[in-house]
Design a protein around this ligand. Structure first.
Ligand SMILES: Cc1ncc(COP(=O)(O)O)c(C=O)c1O
Length: 354
């Protein structure tokens, strides 16, 4: 069976170099916020073209810290798409703020910038644009601060200065995947970066054990940073491989309904939509292709978040009911790619003949 993703293959690419580095970290005694974290921040800054990068403990904490640094607090409203990973909304709730869940575009699965004005109230403090599956969603034209959730979109964005901050996740399956959890807040704003840095370490000032803000621990470990530095060196090649695979998959079955494409799409996930998802997944499995669903519910369809929606989100619900993720990862072999292309072509024919 061709897997949707195979992390063991990524592990094999870096294992030898990584074991030497972990030994060095262990014997150096510098376990947190040491040379690897500092170097990773500089290297990710160079790669993104942004002036400031703060490495943190996860993508969700990166969203929380970016919003906190913008000034989002209890009772404030933050507009975001309802079709996203739950952590996008959870990060808003962690600040005591209110996620306002709105519908997405049927073609891109991302926020429609024009819809922001309809959902704005005097309490609205920020907007989160999610670049879902790696698609570079357009930013809304607004005077509200925008945080870009690029948890799934490493390499899809070409202008880090266009929003208040961009966040990344390094959850192991992501385009730049960690050896544990990790995230980053990327910005061109020095004041925002300085605040995020303080919030990362319990609100501590530059003076050790002096705290002028209440916060918690959002640090990234040295081990994680060292691993990510290895991945960063090969990231451009990985993204190019993902683009090549996604192009081949779409070309094998152009009759299927795929997420909208864009030359900058980073293809964290290669996703199509089909009205009879169970049958489509069964057909692909019968031809040796594993699939997955990202995500089976829109955020407002989750029990814990149902009260955060104020108007219907039919497109989010349609995406949740119909989306299928097919295998797309850089280590995929040519034989595996052939298998997936063949299975998709067969599915497309079956769908067309119905
Ligand atoms: C779109 C999106 N936002 C936020 C997150 C949260 O990232 P993390 O799992 O690193 O906290 C994820 C990952 O699950 C995600 O896919």
């Amino acid at each position: 069976m061709v897997p949707v993703v195979d992390l063991s293959r990524r592990g094999q690419r870096f294992a030898t170099r990584f074991s030497e580095i972990t030994r060095d970290i262990a014997t150096s005694g510098k376990i947190l916020l040491g040379e690897h974290t500092e170097a990773f921040e500089a290297e990710l800054g160079a790669w993104t073209g942004a002036r400031h990068v703060c490495a943190v403990s996860s993508g969700a904490s990166a969203i929380q810290l970016a919003l906190a640094a913008i000034g989002v607090g209890p009772g404030d409203e933050v507009i975001l798409p309802s079709f996203t990973a739950v952590p996008t909304a959870a990060a808003v709730c962690a600040l005591g703020a209110v996620p306002v869940l709105i519908d997405v575009d049927p073609a891109t699965a991302c926020l429609r910038g024009d819809d922001i004005a309809d959902h704005r109230t005097p309490r609205t403090r920020a907007v989160i644009v999610v670049h879902l599956y790696g698609y570079p969603a357009p930013l809304p034209i607004t005077d509200l601060p925008v945080v870009e959730d690029a948890a799934q979109a490493h390499g899809a964005l070409d202008d880090p200065g266009r929003s208040a901050a961009t966040i990344y996740s390094f959850y192991p399956t992501k385009i730049l995947g960690g050896i544990g959890d990790g995230g980053a807040v990327v910005t061109n704003d020095p004041a925002l970066d300085a605040l995020v840095r303080r919030l990362r370490v319990h609100g501590m000032t530059d003076q050790q054990y002096r705290h002028d803000l209440i916060s918690q621990n959002f640090r990234m470990s040295e081990i994680e940073a060292a691993w990510l530095r290895l991945g960063l060196v090969e990231l451009d090649a990985d993204i190019a491989a993902r683009r090549g695979i996604a192009t081949a998959l779409r070309a094998a079955a152009p009759q299927l309904t795929w997420q909208a494409d864009d030359p900058r799409h980073a293809h964290h996930l290669c996703v199509m939509r089909t009205a009879d998802r169970d049958a489509a997944r069964r057909s692909l499995a019968d031809h040796g292709v594993a699939t997955s669903v990202h995500y089976p519910f829109a955020v407002h369809q989750q029990v814990a978040y149902a009260h955060f929606v104020r108007s219907p989100c039919p497109e989010s619900e349609r995406w949740a009911a119909q989306c299928v993720s097919v295998p797309c990862f850089p280590e995929m072999t040519a034989a595996e790619l052939d298998t997936v292309c063949g299975a998709l072509a067969g599915l497309a024919e079956a769908v067309a003949s119905r």
